[in-house]
Design a binder for this molecule. Structure first.
Ligand code: ADP
Ligand code: MG
Length: 427
């Protein structure tokens, strides 16, 4: 969709990306909270959000004092990012978990009093200024032999496995901070050249959103391969601006290795397959990530030391959302635990996974989606740990959830019905 502009809506100024349809579409256009659009702290709205059970991290960390301190500051990077843009998504969507993001790497340091504590809270165990761990090679970080085993109880309940990492290119502006759709197009074009040079065993097809048919898109989304678009939280982060320009997905012939282009971050490198072979999926991700990096290096004419991906000395791989900083890795399984869902409920399972296992659960078709037959169990933190350690978090958590499900399955029908009844009464 179109260019960012300022329009008067009633008495309030609201900034949005003109969709060309007359009225802004909250599912795609960037709409700013009316106070934030005027660079004013949205006190009333934030006070109301803070009274509710759930507060997005961005809202929690943006005190009036901090907003005031940074109010007239713009980031030193290309986006000229502001606090208003930083927290808009959480203010507009109080159900979001993180609800804040950057438009350039420099923002993380320029607004450090906001970002550093927030990053440390999200990535439990990570300290921004703590000495870094000794470097490890890619082979060491992706070592499948360091992973624990899934238990038979977990294995039989796993529908599919997916591990992805988020990357942004060093030579292009982060998407929410890009001034036009041009860079999204350039990235897609460059990646097309990279995929053209992939070795035979990684060959596949690049589908571009501007060209693919609605049926192709729907099929890729419902098969869990493609991002959905049309997401309120992503729209108010500016992720959907200029939709569908420059978006695409690369799918290897066997559909077990995929890349999202310009969903939010520039590239999501994804390895997935049906079943529970976490080691195979992890191994393929390591191989594919190297191919992508080497391929870009070659096409961009970079030498061996020039960075391909955007990298922050303290925060590792840079992503628009603080939740993906560092490794950008999210390892997940779809786990069938219907009794546990009925007895504990999704939110309690999620709380337990976060508190005890540094993991989270999501719905059956991606973040912010409903739980249908199964939950998506994944590591929650991504920074300060090697990739195999994060996959380990997910395996340990899945083993535990499967054990709880097994215990429920061993109860008498009457006892199980009683537990489910108690839960539904509480709800
Ligand atoms: P991401 O963290 O990569 O942005 P999302 O939560 O947005 O992931 O989900 C993206 C897509 O990947 C959704 O269609 C989701 O259902 C699918 N997905 C996630 N985990 C798995 C899995 N273990 N198996 C199959 N599909 C998965
Ligand atoms: Mg996502």
């Amino acid at each position: 969709m179109g260019v960012l502009g300022v329009f008067a809506l009633g008495n309030t100024a609201t900034v949005f990306a003109k969709s060309g349809k007359g009225t802004p579409d909250p599912y795609f256009d960037l709409i700013l909270d009316e106070n934030l659009a005027n660079n004013v702290y949205p006190s009333k709205k934030i006070a109301d959000i803070k009274k509710s059970e759930h507060v997005p991290l961005g809202v929690k960390h943006c005190t009036p004092e901090l907003f005031e301190k940074y109010r007239n500051k713009v980031s030193s990077g290309p986006a000229k990012w502001t606090m208003a843009r930083t927290i808009n998504s959480g203010v507009m969507n109080p159900i979001s978990f993180v609800g804040c993001h950057v438009g350039d790497m420099e923002s993380y340091d320029d607004f450090s009093e906001f970002w550093y504590p927030l990053i440390e809270e999200y990535h439990k165990g990570f300290k921004v200024d703590a000495p870094k761990r000794a470097e490890a090679t890619t082979a060491e970080r992706f070592d499948i032999n360091k992973l624990p085993e899934l238990t038979p109880e977990a294995t039989k309940r796993i529908v599919s496995t997916r591990i992805r990492c988020a990357r942004n290119l060093a030579d292009f502006p982060l998407n929410p901070g890009a001034k036009s759709s041009l860079t999204r197009h350039q990235i897609l074009q460059m990646m097309e050249m990279v995929y053209d040079q992939f070795p035979t065993d990684f060959k596949g097809k690049l589908y571009k959103h501007e060209v693919m048919s609605a049926e192709e898109r729907e099929k890729l989304v419902s098969d869990h391969f493609l991002f959905r678009g049309k997401d309120l939280m992503q729209a108010s982060s500016g992720y959907h601006e200029h939709w569908p320009e420059g978006r695409g997905i690369f799918v290897r012939e066997d559909k077990k290795f995929l890349n999202w282009i310009n969903e939010g971050d520039h590239i999501r490198i994804i390895s997935m397959e049906m079943g529970s072979d976490v080691k195979a999926v992890f191994n393929r991700l390591g191989q594919g990530a190297c191919l992508v990096e080497d391929g870009i290096r070659k096409i961009a004419g970079k030498d061996n030391v020039e960075p391909v991906f955007m990298f922050h000395p303290k925060l590792g791989s840079v992503t628009c959302c603080p939740s993906n900083l560092g490794s950008g890795l999210r390892a997940s399984v779809f786990l069938k635990i219907p009794n546990l869902i009925a007895v504990l409920g999704f939110h309690e399972i999620d709380r337990m996974c976060r508190a005890d296992f540094d993991c989270q659960v999501r719905g059956s078709s991606g973040e912010h989606s409903e739980v249908k037959e199964f939950v998506d169990v994944s590591n929650w933190r991504r920074i300060g740990f090697w990739e195999y350690e994060l996959v380990t978090d997910m395996i340990v958590c899945s083993n535990h959830l499967a054990k709880l499900e097994e215990e429920l399955c061993s109860l008498s029908k009457a006892k199980l019905a009683e537990l489910k009844q108690k839960k539904s009464l509480k709800a």
